[in-house]
Design a protein around this ligand. Structure first.
Ligand code: CMC
Length: 391
C-alpha cells in the first residue's frame, strides 16, 4: 500500500495520449492514423507508411516524391562508422552491433541535439529512416565477414536493403522483385504497434530531451529481448527444435505445464486478445516468399502447431494467438537472413514508429519527463556499523 497505484507491467496505465496507432485487441485490428494495416500493405509502400506515421496524413504525389527523395539522399552513413563496426567482435550478435551503432549516430549529428527546432527534429527522423537499412545491412555484413555494400539510391527502399545485405563484390546482383515487395510489406507490418515496450522506452528516454539517435538505440536494446522483438528469432529456433509434426503435442504439453518455463514463442500478446492481424498477413507473405524460394518443411510444422494450439483449451481460454513474430522468422530465413538478423530487420522497420512517437511526444505541450514512482519495500532507517565492528 502507498500513495501510488501499483501497476507492474503497466497493464492498466496509459502513459500518453497518442493519435498515431490504434490496436483494437478484441477485434484484432491495427490502424495507422486510421488506416487498416492490410490496406496499407495491399496498396501502399513502406515510405508512404513512414510519411503517414510522421505527418498524420497520406502524402500527395508531390509530397511522396519529395519525401522519398529526401530519404534517398540520406542513406549513407559517415565513413568513420566503418571503423566503429570493426571494433566489435566478429561473432557479435547483430543486435548488439545495432544498439552500439545506432547509439553512435548521436555522436555524428550534433545538430540533432537541438530538439527545440522542428526542422532539426524532422531532419533527425529522415536520417533515421534513411540510415537504418544501411546500419542493419552493415551489421549483417560485418557479422558474416563480408565487405560492406554501399547504398544504391536508384533502387527501392526494400530493394536497396536486400542488395546491401546480399550482394557481394564482382558478382552481378539483381533485386528479386517478389522478395523486395515482400520485404516492403514486412516493413509496413512492423512499422508501429502503439505503446509496446520498446516504443515506451523510446518515449521515456526522449522525455528527458535526449538526442533522438540515442533514444532509438534505447528502443533497439529493448526490442532485442525474446518477450518482444527477439521472439522472431526464438520462434524459429523453437520450430527447428520441434522439427516434425509428430513432436508438436510434446511442445504443446510443455507450454501448458505451469512448472515448465517454456512458452510457445510467437504466441500471445498483451493487447491482441483475438487473432493478431499481422500474423495472418505475415503467414500469407511467408507463403508468397516460399513459393518464390522453394518451400520449407518447417512452414508445415508451423501451420500444424498453430492448428493444434488453436484447438487446445489452454490457448483458447487464455486467448493466446499467433503474433507477428510467429511466421516472420520463417519468411526472413527464406529470404536469406540468418536468424540473428531477424530482430535487426524488425528494429529497422519499427524505427518508423519509434521516431513518429518521439516526434509526437516532443511536440506535445503537456509532455513531462517520464518518472514512475515506486512502492518502497526495503529496510527502514538503520544505524551504520563500521566495517571492523561487523564481525
Ligand atoms: N505460451 C504458453 N503460455 C503463455 C504464452 C505462450 N506463448 N503467453 C502467455 N502465456 C500464459 C502465461 O503463462 C499466463 O498464464 P497464467 O495466467 O496461468 O499465469 C497467461 O498466458 C498470461 O501471460 P502473461 O505473461 O501474463 O501475459 P503478458 O501480457 O504479460 O505477456 C507476452 C505477453 C507476449 C510477453 C507473452 O504472451 C509471451 O511471453 N509470449 C511469447 C513471446 C512472444 O511471442 N513475444 C512476441 C510478442 S508480439 C511482437 C512483439 O511485441 O515483439
Amino acid at each position: 500500500a502507498g500513495l501510488f497505484t501499483y501497476d507492474p507491467g503497466f497493464t492498466s496505465t496509459a502513459a500518453c495520449e497518442s493519435k498515431i496507432t490504434y490496436v483494437d485487441g478484441e477485434a484484432g485490428r491495427l490502424l495507422y492514423r486510421g488506416y487498416a494495416v492490410e490496406d496499407l500493405i495491399a496498396r501502399g509502400d513502406f515510405l508512404e507508411t513512414c510519411y503517414l506515421l510522421l505527418y498524420g496524413e497520406l502524402p500527395t504525389v508531390k509530397q511522396k516524391h519529395d519525401f522519398d527523395d529526401k530519404v534517398t539522399r540520406h542513406t549513407m552513413v559517415h565513413e568513420q562508422m566503418v571503423r566503429f563496426y570493426q571494433g566489435f567482435r566478429r561473432d557479435s550478435h547483430p543486435m548488439a552491433v545495432m544498439v552500439g551503432s545506432v547509439g553512435a549516430m548521436s555522436a555524428f549529428y550534433h545538430d540533432s541535439t537541438d530538439i527545440a527546432d522542428p526542422h532539426q527534429r524532422m531532419l533527425a527522423c529522415i536520417r533515421m529512416i534513411a540510415k537504418m537499412p544501411t546500419i542493419a545491412a552493415m551489421a549483417h555484413k560485418y557479422t558474416t565477414g563480408q565487405p560492406f555494400v554501399y547504398p544504391k539510391n536508384d533502387l527501392s527502399y526494400a530493394g536497396n536493403f536486400l542488395r546491401m545485405c546480399f550482394s557481394v563484390p564482382f558478382e552481378e546482383y539483381r533485386v528479386n522483385e517478389v522478395l523486395a515487395r515482400a520485404m516492403d510489406k514486412i516493413f509496413i507490418l512492423h512499422a508501429d504497434n502503439e505503446q509496446g515496450a520498446s516504443t515506451s522506452t523510446v518515449r521515456l528516454a526522449g522525455s528527458s530531451g535526449a538526442n533522438p539517435f540515442a533514444c532509438i538505440a534505447a528502443g533497439v536494446a529493448c526490442l532485442w529481448g525474446p518477450a518482444h522483438g527477439g521472439a522472431n528469432e526464438a520462434a524459429l529456433k523453437m520450430l527447428a527444435a520441434i522439427g516434425k509434426p509428430e513432436r508438436i503435442p510434446e511442445f504443446i504439453a510443455r507450454a501448458k505445464d505451469p512448472d515448465d518455463p517454456f512458452r510457445l514463442l510467437g504466441f500471445g500478446h498483451r493487447v491482441y486478445k483475438s487473432y493478431d492481424p499481422r500474423a495472418a498477413l505475415m503467414r500469407e507473405i511467408c507463403r508468397e516468399v516460399l513459393a518464390e524460394t522453394g518451400g520449407d518443411p518447417l512452414f508445415e510444422v508451423a501451420l500444424e502447431l498453430e492448428r493444434a494450439a488453436m484447438a487446445d483449451e489452454y490457448f483458447v481460454e487464455k486467448k493466446l494467438f499467433p503474433n507477428l513474430d510467429y511466421y516472420s522468422g520463417l519468411t526472413l530465413r527464406a529470404m536469406g537472413f540468418p536468424p540473428a538478423m531477424f530482430t535487426a530487420v524488425f528494429s529497422l522497420a519499427r524505427t518508423a514508429g519509434w521516431i513518429a512517437q518521439w516526434m509526437e511526444m516532443i511536440a506535445d505541450p503537456s509532455q513531462k519527463i517520464g518518472r514512475p514512482r515506486q512502492l518502497y519495500t526495503g529496510a527502514t532507517r538503520r544505524e551504520y556499523v563500521p566495517v571492523a565492528k561487523r564481525g
